[in-house]
Structure formats: structure tokens, C-alpha cells
Design a protein around this ligand. Structure first.
Ligand code: ZN
Length: 728
């Protein structure tokens, strides 16, 4: 290769940069921002991330444990050392759940005592740590039962319906189900078992889902070995997340608390977790009808529904009581616009070592904050305030983030530009980005500026892995996603629950982004999700952890330093239109095509035409605003007052998606565009969609009317913003 003089190369690069402004930046601020981002990207180092990760994963650190409190102090001390300000440890006394004793035996037809314990391996000394817990499910009720065992596949309602058809009554019995086939959040399985009158629920990991059927198992591969236990919580946080005793308000000192028995989110059923090692002896002994073909799992046995031959004795003794959770918060005060906040956060609590979930994310966050702190020490401060939070109790019920969000709701509603959540940062190399529609284009734009360890840009690597995902999805009969992955469909704009973004999006109406790198990962919530696993399978060399620190930082800085907040309402409006169109014919799928072809869009008795028109109008107003902003920025920097007024309006758009009374039946969830199903799956236009599914046309019409007026409010707001910009 010909050697190009360095100075000439610099001029070339500077020239290229001038031609391309970042969204929301003038040419001058783009050049400044490029330099800032270059510095940020140069600071994270894999070795530093590894050291954070080793410390974080040295011991089990579940919510409410002494070790997790110690780690709160560790994070706080790091942040102080790194140069962050206002470092605060917030304490919330919340309803916590820890096991005293869980025992399970088969008493008939033969005796078998389940170990509920994970085997240790010489290769990985951490697996010998005596402080690792035996299997349990947090928030299980305490009690004792001896009863016949019934197999209910995935523990979803349709599975019980099939049992009923076979004349199998689950009332008073112990039900055993598989973790994911099809996937649903374990809390939904518990609620379903409770509603069907089962005495207790056992959830086990079948090798078909995350074990040997998938590939080599730990310690030789990334999949779950024979004894791995997928711990977890069964809290009904899909009804209301956070501390079950303070639903909708913060559990600060002296706060009003309800009784656990009055809480909607505390299960009343006993539940326990099993490995297939312990489940197999029970399943093997079962009698009754042979389970259908798609109920057969990965074990070399015939799965049966259960005719009463197998009886088990389960005893669960939980310490469910109020314990402190600690949220750590730190700030880099904005140099120019301190009252606009960009929040980055990750949960700290882990079921055991938390190699991937969440300590990979915590390590990436500490490396990100180290880089930002170092820059601040040298005088490069963000224009807007950046806040970092280390959440607690996420695994129990999204507890820490929910309580913090509820405590500072008033400020957050007004000041929070966006929340960027990273739960697990790297269990592999496939990037997955999710965002509200207005931030999706920014995420794509930013991905072009980062280098992927594979040698291409993150953007190219993302496109490749997304295309592979789509091909896999098509191969399994799916048709939901398009075959070719264009920029518009790279970002997942269908946001469910299951992590700390929930309070910010669903209760406070603030824009959110979620970032993760994933890959083959069969040890989720087991003790094998640890340092060894990351170093051998998930991310040897910590390259993706480090890329996450860079990506997270560039995105945070892009939002924090923009002249005009880079939200794209044209894209948002188009996305909302797509969600609405998906409801056409939802009540009668056979008529869907006909309805669309004739130009109408109806779901049963609901006419969605006016809502689609309103979404299109909002999208058009959004495109006009974007053009006006980019034209203004192309002409030079904006007048500060003008920019402030414009940014205020941009921030208010998300707020307008909130419905004061919340979605029907779940008043805590206030966002009209996004919510989660009880299974945690994403649920768009929750109020309308659920009403349509119930064929409750009155509610469906009311919810649609609310959305139409929100769309009209936002169209007016976005137009005002464009007019304000053009005014001399
Ligand atoms: Zn997590």
C-alpha cells in the first residue's frame, strides 16, 4: 500500500466530515462532535473491562444480598474515582424474596429426592463456590403439598385447554412445565397455573430448549448442562412492576405500604425450578395419555400427560420480606443545558455470578463511565447532563429502576431526553438494537461510525446478522419480517418489558433505547453464567463488551451534545401507521386482505381509517420538521433560544403518548403505543389491541379516539416546532 502523508490524510478525513453533518448537528458542531467521539472511542480497553467483569462476577450477588450492597459501594467508589459528580446511593426498602428451604421428592411410584443443585467442574473454580444457592424461584409462596404430577408443556393457557380435553384436571395437583416452548415469562406460567387451580408449579429446562439438542454444553460449549437451573422470579410485574408493596409510588422511607396479600403482583402459588437432571426421573415414571408430538421434549423418553401414578412432595419455605435495595446514581452535569438529561443504566443484581446477565452490562457501563469521566477531567464535558444508574432488584420485579423512576417522576417527565438501557451487554457477537420509533434512525446512523471486531462497521455486521436472523425465521415458517433487511427494519421498534426501560417508557413516557450483543446462550440465570462462560464462549477477549462501551457512549454523547435533539417523527409516524394496519381484520383474519384492498381498515366493528390518517399526518409533519431542521443547521449554528424552544417541543412529543388513566385493567402502564403482554412479549397499541382481541368494541373505539387525539396533539406540536424554527 502506498504511504500517504499523515497531514494529507487528516485533511482528507476532515473534508469528508464537512460534507456529512450528523442529524441534529451543524457542520461546526459535527466536526467538534467527531473529535469528541474519536476520543471516547479510543479510551475503552478490553483489559479494563475484563478487570471490572472479574470483580463483579467473583461472588453471587442477588438483590437484597450483602454482596450486592457491597457492589453498590464499589460502583459508587469507582464513579467518584472516575470523576463523576453527585454520586448517591439511594435506598429503597422493598418486598424481597430469598429461599430458606426448597425440597422436592417423588414419593410414588418410587422415591427420588431432587438435588436442586448444580454440578461443579474442575475447569471452572467458580462452580465450586459454596455460596451458590440451590434452585428456587423468587416470590414463590411458601407451603407444602403432596399431590399427583401433571405435565403441561409450556404452562400456557392453551396447554391446560388440551389437558382438559383429555379429561385431566389440574386442580390441587402439581404441574410440571418446560421453560420455553413456546416462550413465555415464568411469572405468566405461575399466574396461569394459579388461575387453573394447581397446587404448585415446577418449571424445568428441557434439553430441547437450551441444552444438548442445541449443541455442546458447559464446560465444553455455551449450552446448559444436565444440572443447570434457570432461577428467576415469578412476580406478576406485567400487571404492575416495582416493589409489590408500593404499586405506583416510590418505596422511600415512611412511604405508605400495602399488605403482601393485597398486592396484585405477589403470586399466591408455590413454584420451584428444576434441571432436566431432576425432572427426568419424574417424567420417566409418568403414566396417562401420551403427550402430543409437539409436546415431546429433548429427553429420550415418551412424555406423558400424567394419569396419577407419579406423586411428588414439594416444600417451599421462602423468606419473603422487606429488605433494602440500593440504586447508585452519578452525574456529569451538562456544561450548557444541565436541565436536559441523558440517562444510561444497567442492573447490578444477578441470580448467581451474572456473567452475562447482568455483569457483562455492568462491566461495559463502568468502562463507559471511566471513559466519560476521563474526558470530563480533561475538560470535555457534555452539553446536556449525563446520568448513570446502577439498578438493583431488576431480577425480582424491575424493582430499583421502578422505584427510582417513581421517586423522581416529576423531574424525569420534564427533563429526561432518553434512557439507554443495557441489561446484558454481550453473550455473543450479534447486535440487537431496540428503540422507540423516533430514535431508530439515530441508532442506525451511529452504528455506521463504529468498528465491529469482525473487521467491518457495526452497521454492516448488524445487517449481516439481521439477515441471518430473518433467514432462520423464514426457515421455521415465520413471515412476520421482511426477507431483506433494509435500514428501516434494522432496529426493533416493538418494545416489550422484562428490563429496566419499563418505568421510563411505560409509566413516564420517556423515549428508550436498548442495546445488546447476543449469541448461543444456554446458561441464562444458572450458576454457569459466569466469568468462565464469558471467557470461553460469550466474548473471549472482551471485544464486544468494549464495543458496547463505545457504542453506548457515542449514542449518549450524540444525544447529549446535539444542537437539535435527533428524533425522527416521520419514522415514528410511519411505524405507528404500520402498527395500526396490522390490526386490520385482526378480529377476522380471513377478511384482512379484502379490507386492505378496498382501502378501508377495520378490525371487526372498529374503523381504524381515521387513526391511520392521523398517523400519516403526524408522519408528514415529522418529515417536514426534519427537513426544516436540517436546512436550518446546514445554514449554520442555531440561535440558542430557538434551539431551546425547539428541543422542548421535541421532548414533549413522547409525553403526549401517555394516557392519564393508563391502559384498561393496568393503570400503571400509561403509554398508548407500547406495552408488554403478560408473557413479556411486545404489545403495540395495547389499549386498542387488547380490546379488539376481546371484541370489546366500545373500549376499542374509546382507546382509538384517545390515540387519534394524541396523534393530532403531536401533529400540531411538531408543526409549531417547524414554524418556530422558520420564524426570524
Ligand atoms: Zn438482566
Amino acid at each position: 500500500m502506498k504511504k500517504i502523508p499523515v497531514l494529507f490524510l487528516c485533511l482528507l478525513l476532515a473534508g469528508a466530515a464537512q460534507g456529512q453533518r450528523f442529524s441534529g448537528y451543524s457542520s461546526a458542531s459535527t466536526a467538534r462532535q467527531e473529535a469528541t467521539e474519536r476520543t471516547l472511542k479510543s479510551l475503552p480497553s478490553p483489559e479494563s473491562v475484563r478487570q471490572f467483569h472479574r470483580y463483579l462476577t467473583a461472588e453471587p450477588h442477588p438483590a437484597g444480598s450483602a454482596r450486592n450492597h457491597e457492589l453498590a459501594r464499589y460502583v459508587a467508589d469507582e464513579w467518584k474515582r472516575q470523576g463523576w459528580q453527585d454520586v448517591t446511593i439511594h435506598r429503597y426498602d422493598v418486598y424481597n424474596s430469598a429461599p430458606r428451604q426448597v425440597t422436592l421428592e417423588m414419593v410414588e411410584p418410587v422415591r427420588y429426592t431432587a438435588g436442586l443443585r448444580e454440578a461443579s467442574y474442575d475447569d471452572d473454580p467458580d462452580t465450586k463456590n459454596p455460596r451458590v444457592s440451590r434452585g428456587y424461584l423468587a416470590m414463590s409462596a411458601s407451603g407444602e403439598v403432596t399431590a399427583p404430577l401433571v405435565y403441561a408443556r409450556g404452562g400456557n393457557p392453551e396447554d391446560y385447554d388440551l389437558l382438559e380435553k383429555h379429561g385431566i384436571d389440574v386442580r390441587g395437583k402439581v404441574v410440571i412445565v418446560r421453560y420455553s416452548n413456546p416462550y413465555s415469562y415464568r411469572g405468566f406460567k405461575a399466574l396461569t397455573a394459579e388461575r387453573r387451580g394447581a397446587a404448585a408449579l415446577l418449571i424445568y429446562s428441557d434439553p430441547a430448549e437450551d441444552g444438548y439438542n442445541k449443541g455442546a454444553v458447559f464446560p465444553n460449549g455455551p449450552w446448559g448442562p444436565e444440572t443447570h437451573l434457570q432461577r428467576g422470579s415469578i412476580t406478576y410485574d406485567f400487571i404492575v412492576p416495582g416493589d409489590p408493596l408500593t404499586p405506583g409510588w416510590a418505596s422511600t422511607e415512611g412511604a405508605r405500604r400495602i399488605k403482601p396479600e393485597d398486592s396484585q403482583s405477589v403470586p399466591k402459588i408455590m413454584a420451584a425450578v428444576m434441571s432436566w437432571h431432576d425432572a427426568r426421573p419424574l417424567l420417566e415414571q409418568m403414566d396417562g395419555p401420551e403427550a402430543p408430538k409437539d409436546w415431546q421434549g429433548g429427553l429420550p423418553i415418551t412424555y406423558r400427560l400424567g394419569g396419577g401414578r407419579v406423586k411428588v412432595h414439594l416444600k417451599v419455605d421462602m423468606d419473603n420480606s422487606v429488605k433494602p435495595n440500593y440504586v447508585v446514581e452519578a452525574r456529569l452535569p451538562g456544561a450548557e443545558v444541565p436541565d436536559e438529561w441523558v440517562l444510561v443504566g444497567n442492573h447490578r443484581d444477578a441470580w448467581e455470578f451474572g456473567g452475562v446477565d447482568p455483569s457483562s452490562g455492568t462491566a461495559s457501563m463502568l468502562e463507559l463511565t471511566r471513559a466519560l469521566g476521563e474526558m470530563a477531567k480533561k475538560g470535555t464535558r457534555p452539553r446536556r447532563t449525563i446520568i448513570a444508574c446502577s439498578w438493583d432488584g431488576e431480577e425480582v420485579g424491575l424493582t430499583g429502576s421502578t422505584e427510582w423512576g417513581e421517586q423522581f417522576a416529576v423531574d424525569l417527565a420534564r427533563k429526561l431526553v432518553a434512557y439507554i438501557n443495557v441489561d446484558s451487554s454481550a453473550s455473543g457477537s450479534n447486535f440487537q438494537g431496540s428503540a422507540v420509533g423516533s430514535l431508530a434512525p439515530l441508532l442506525v446512523e451511529v452504528s455506521r461510525t463504529l468498528d465491529d471486531p469482525s473487521g467491518t462497521s457495526l452497521y454492516e455486521a448488524w445487517k449481516t446478522s439481521a439477515a441471518a436472523d430473518t433467514a432462520r425465521f423464514a426457515a421455521t415458517g415465520g413471515s412476520e419480517r421482511k426477507a431483506a433487511v433494509d435500514d428501516e427494519s434494522l432496529v426493533d421498534t416493538r418494545i416489550g418489558s422484562g428490563s429496566d426501560h419499563t418505568v421510563f417508557l411505560n409509566a413516564l413516557g420517556r423515549p428508550v433505547v436498548g442495546l445488546t450483543f447476543d449469541g448461543p446462550y444456554g446458561v441464562y440465570h444458572s450458576m454457569y453464567d459466569d466469568y468462565y462462560w464469558i471467557n470461553h464462549f460469550g466474548d473471549p477477549g472482551y471485544r464486544y463488551h468494549t464495543l458496547m462501551s463505545r457504542l453506548w457512549g457515542v449514542l449518549a454523547l450524540r444525544l447529549a451534545n446535539a444542537d437539535v435533539l435527533p428524533f425522527d417523527f416521520g419514522f415514528y409516524g410511519r411505524d405507528i401507521g404500520t402498527f395500526l394496519r396490522e390490526l386490520c381484520g385482526a378480529a377476522d383474519p380471513s377478511r384482512a386482505a379484502a379490507g386492505v384492498a378496498s382501502g378501508g381498515c377495520r378490525a371487526g366493528e372498529l374503523d381504524l381509517g381515521p387513526a391511520i390518517a392521523a398517523a400519516e399526518e403526524f408522519a408528514a409533519a415529522g418529515r417536514e420538521l426534519k427537513q426544516a431542521i436540517e436546512a436550518a443547521l446546514a445554514a449554520g449554528p442555531l440561535d440558542q433560544k430557538k434551539a431551546d424552544a425547539l428541543n422542548r417541543r421535541i421532548m414533549d412529543v413522547e409525553t403526549n403518548w401517555l394516557s392519564r388513566e393508563g391502559i384498561p385493567g393496568r393503570p400503571w402502564f400509561k403509554h398508548m403505543l407500547y406495552a408488554a403482554r403478560y408473557t413479556y412479549a411486545h404489545l403495540e397499541l395495547p389499549g386498542i389491541t387488547e380490546a379488539v382481541e376481546k371484541q370489546d368494541w366500545k373500549t376499542a373505539r374509546d382507546e382509538t379516539a384517545k390515540l387519534v387525539s394524541a396523534l393530532a396533539r403531536n401533529t400540531a406540536l411538531v408543526r409549531e416546532a417547524a414554524v418556530g424554527l422558520k420564524r426570524p
